[in-house]
Design a protein around this ligand. Structure first.
Ligand code: ADP
Ligand code: MG
Length: 611
């Protein structure tokens, strides 16, 4: 009887390999651009249509391939880069596994044009689903052009799994940046849907970083240099005062290959200990040079995981060289971040009051003034309905009534008397107690409700924006003098990509080099909240993986949280109003970012404390 095991045909094996190597359009960009670099190209052009779903084309001026290689390169385990097992320990090329082109050709329509520098004509190969459909001599430029169309056309699960164009293009951009950052000596350009996204001209590393992140990043960089027997370390870290609330600008390379490493990342964070406020992340652009035999690149098909033989020795080298560099540039751990909240502010704004928590607020300003605002606070209010529904109490209670709270019950509780005296003396005119501008204490039939003001405002504003923006644009307030906010090219592109939605939310801006000039903002915000709000939006739309439909959520959330941070409730009328508004929201127990808004302290709990 014959066995049941057989070898998979090549086209199936290739599809399986593709599952590991090619996860999304960005993976194709990574593999093909790396091939161009390995082929010695000095000029690499990346052309993308519809975030790579329709077309990815890479044009290079590298070595090109002869007729035989042009066919062979699509075979599995076909590589010109290694031939002996020992070569694996002396890798200087990006590729070596010989599976990228075979994988790509298994799941897309590919056209390759390639020509050696020494000959007049080149080769054209067309291949789809691992089958060559056309092969001919062709006239083409020296080097290689590879066109990849209809990615995942025969893997519907993958194709359907792709995110929106904005998200997918975000990944492409990130891969492009990682490679371009590692090779400042090469020219790179990136086009998306016919517009130029980057044109990077060769130069030194510092220039490359500035070209990618925006010119002004130059003042923010502290150089790192360290040579040891094990490793040579060079590059830049961002000055602590320019740290961001996102991990966006963190790049580490070994032998010019981008990789991810939580352990080394920890060394870098440690070097910034005491220099950064909580939840801020340092920027870094660090390059390790190490003998290739002391690392293993072949841990993962995409090669972003790398094993280091001497990682324990490298850790302290990274830590101490960054510490030293920061020290040299007089960045001492005494920096007072309480005072220094105006990161990245243009000069004209430097003297403005700090953002949190001491922003000046007009106490009479009421961002919640809506037509329904003067709704009666009768016993049928949203609040009392809601507390009944919540099981907080079963009386039809008017929240104003402290008396209702005190007079309910059980006279045998000794605590009762004392409070009544105090109530008569001073508190009767206080219906809600606003504590430190942060909490509202509000009486319930059998206890207190405690409301976190910031989170309540966040919920109210969020709901209002989400309910309104679909029907009408959010009302916008013009600025007399535009506020400029510095942004990287990537961030500016994201603003522009989302222009119509951002405008609908009340933002209006122009771009001036690497500045967003804000001309108008959602009028629900106060002017002081513009800057933090924009930073929050950038964080949400640039770095978070946001898909269609979620951008509106992210925008509303950013605006709501900025509004929440500066809203102060100073007198009981507005506290009442706030409670009423809050309980009109269908979800009033949690704010949109998921944190709880309300808590309660019951009479039982209180009296237990005094037992
Ligand atoms: P690997 O890069 O691991 O060798 P690939 O599947 O990416 O495997 O590529 C297979 C081979 O095709 C490479 O080893 C190289 O010889 C050739 N090749 C691929 N892209 C190019 C290019 N842009 N220019 C010249 N040769 C190329
Ligand atoms: Mg390759």
């Amino acid at each position: 009887m014959s066995g049941v095991i057989h070898l998979l045909p090549d086209h199936i094996a290739n599809q399986i390999a593709a599952g590991e190597v090619i996860q999304r359009p960005a993976s194709v960009i990574k593999e093909t651009v790396e091939n161009a670099i390995d082929a010695g190209a000095t000029d690499i052009k990346v052309i993308i249509k519809d975030a790579g779903k329709t077309l990815i084309q890479i044009i290079d001026n590298g070595s090109g391939m002869n007729t035989e290689d042009a066919v062979r390169c699509f075979e599995r385990h076909a590589t010109s880069k290694i031939s002996l097992a020992s070569d694996l320990f002396a890798l200087r090329t990006k590729g070596f596994r010989g599976e990228a082109l075979a994988s790509i050709a298994a799941i897309a329509h590919v056209t390759l044009k390639t020509r050696l520098h020494s000959v007049e004509t080149g080769n054209l190969i067309q291949i789809e689903g691992s089958k060559i459909t056309n092969q001919e001599e062709t006239i083409c430029s020296k080097g290689t052009s590879i066109e990849i169309k209809n990615l995942f056309y025969n893997v519907p699960a993958r194709r359907n799994f792709l995110k929106s164009d904005i998200v997918e293009f975000g990944h492409i951009r990130e891969e492009f940046i990682r490679i371009a950052m590692a090779h400042p000596e090469l020219n790179f350009s990136l086009y998306h849907n016919d517009s130029e996204v980057y044109r990077l001209v060769s130069g030194i590393l510092r220039k490359r970083i500035n070209d990618i992140l925006g010119k002004s990043s130059n003042d923010k960089l502290v150089p790192i240099e360290e040579k040891t027997d094990i490793v040579t370390l060079y590059g830049y870290v961002g000055k602590p005062e320019f740290a961001k609330k996102t991990r966006g600008e963190q790049y580490i390379f070994v032998n010019n290959r981008f990789f991810k490493d939580a352990y080394f990342n920890n060394a870098i964070s440690k070097a910034f200990d005491g220099l950064l406020p909580q939840k801020y992340f340092p920027s870094y652009f660090l390059f390790l040079e190490i003998d290739p035999s002391r690392i293993d690149v072949n841990v993962h098909p995409t090669k972003t995981e790398i094993k280091f033989e001497e990682e324990r020795s490298i850790y302290p080298i990274i830590l101490s060289s960054i510490r030293q560099a920061l020290g040299k540039y007089n960045i001492s751990p005494t920096l007072d971040f309480e005072q220094e909240t105006s990161f990245d502010l243009p000069h004209s704004m430097r003297n403005m009051p700090v953002v949190e928590p001491t922003i000046k607020v007009d106490p009479t300003y009421n961002p919640f003034k809506t037509s329904t605002d003067s709704a009666s606070r009768s016993s049928g209010s949203s609040f009392s309905k809601a507390i009944k529904a919540e099981g907080f109490g079963n009386k039809d209670l008017n929240p104003k009534d402290w008396e209702a709270f005190y007079n309910i019950e059980e006279s045998e509780e000794p605590i009762q008397e004392k409070i009544e005296i105090q109530v008569e003396e001073s508190a009767l005119d206080v219906r809600q107690l606003v504590f430190k501008g942060r909490y509202i204490l509000s009486p319930l039939p059998r206890g207190f409700m405690i409301i976190d003001i910031q989170r309540a405002v966040e919920r109210i504003v969020y709901d209002e924006l989400m309910n309104k923006f679909i029907l009408n644009p959010i009302s916008s307030q013009q600025l007399l003098f535009p506020i400029s906010i510095e942004a990287s090219k990537n961030e500016i592109d994201h603003w522009n990509d989302n222009r119509s939605l951002l405008e609908r939310f009340g933002w209006n801006w122009t771009v001036n080099e690497n500045q967003l000039e804000i001309n108008a903002f959602p009028s629900i915000l106060q002017e002081e909240a513009i800057q933090p709000c924009i930073l929050q939006i950038m964080e949400n739309i640039v770095f978070a993986e946001i898909d269609k439909g979620e951008i509106a959520h992210a925008l509303s959330l950013s605006i709501a949280s900025a509004a929440g941070k500066i809203k102060k409730v100073e007198h009981h009328q507005s506290a009442e109003q706030l409670i009423e508004e809050l309980f009109r929201c269908p979800e009033h127990s949690y704010c949109p970012s998921g944190k709880k808004i309300l808590d309660k302290l019951t009479l039982e709990e209180l009296s237990n404390r005094f037992s």
